[in-house]
Design a protein around this ligand. Structure first.
Ligand SMILES: CC(C)(COP(=O)(O)OP(=O)(O)OC[C@H]1O[C@@H](n2cnc3c(N)ncnc32)[C@H](O)[C@@H]1OP(=O)(O)O)[C@@H](O)C(=O)NCCC(=O)NCCS
Length: 141
């Protein structure tokens, strides 16, 4: 059974950090000091669990009328079964509750089609972040 929920406990936040370490630092080679930034305390985090096993995560930050989704990750063996989409749909629902006007994200170029399916539109040119090609994408609420 897949459960996707808002993070409420320190143990759940630890699971989020473990997934991000596995996906971004170990798999993608993102430097730890970039991955583990100082925004986690102010973010709302989402955790996906499959049959009691941590599977994926994401977070959302708020700044005035903007929300920013980031750190969306699904463990490799659990990809392409709708977990990433489920995480983003919950993050979008959280943004809708807060009455923001738009959601911004910096998508890895390879994930652009994934976010496009969720209603995000590409803005501007490709740029580099943590050695990976990114593109800014926006979804109006
Ligand atoms: C991007 C990521 C979160 C997607 O998670 P996922 O659970 O595999 O995604 P879903 O199964 O919900 O995908 C939903 C749909 O999005 C599209 N999609 C997902 N990953 C895609 C990819 N890499 N390329 C193109 N389309 C993709 C597909 O249309 C997919 O539907 P389908 O499997 O029926 O074709 C996951 O691949 C991941 O963690 N990647 C490494 C970390 C990363 O790049 N995070 C994004 C940071 S911006």
């Amino acid at each position: 059974m897949v459960v996707i929920k808002k993070v409420k406990t320190r143990e759940e936040l630890k699971m989020v950090h473990d997934i991000r370490r596995e996906v971004f630092i170990e798999e993608q080679g993102v430097p730890e000091e970039i991955e583990m930034d100082d925004k986690d305390d102010e973010a709302i985090h989402v955790l996906a669990v499959v049959d009691d096993e941590p599977a994926g995560c994401g977070r959302i930050l708020f700044n005035g009328s903007d929300a920013r989704i980031g750190r969306v990750a699904v463990r490799k063996k659990m990809r392409r079964s709708g977990i990433g989409e489920g995480i983003c749909k919950l993050l979008i629902a959280i943004a809708e509750e807060k009455c923001v006007e738009r959601i911004i994200l910096y998508a890895q170029l390879s994930a652009e089609p994934f976010y496009a399916r969720l209603g995000f539109e590409r803005q501007g040119d490709v740029f580099m972040e943590a050695g990976i090609e990114h593109v800014m994408m926006i979804r109006q609420i």
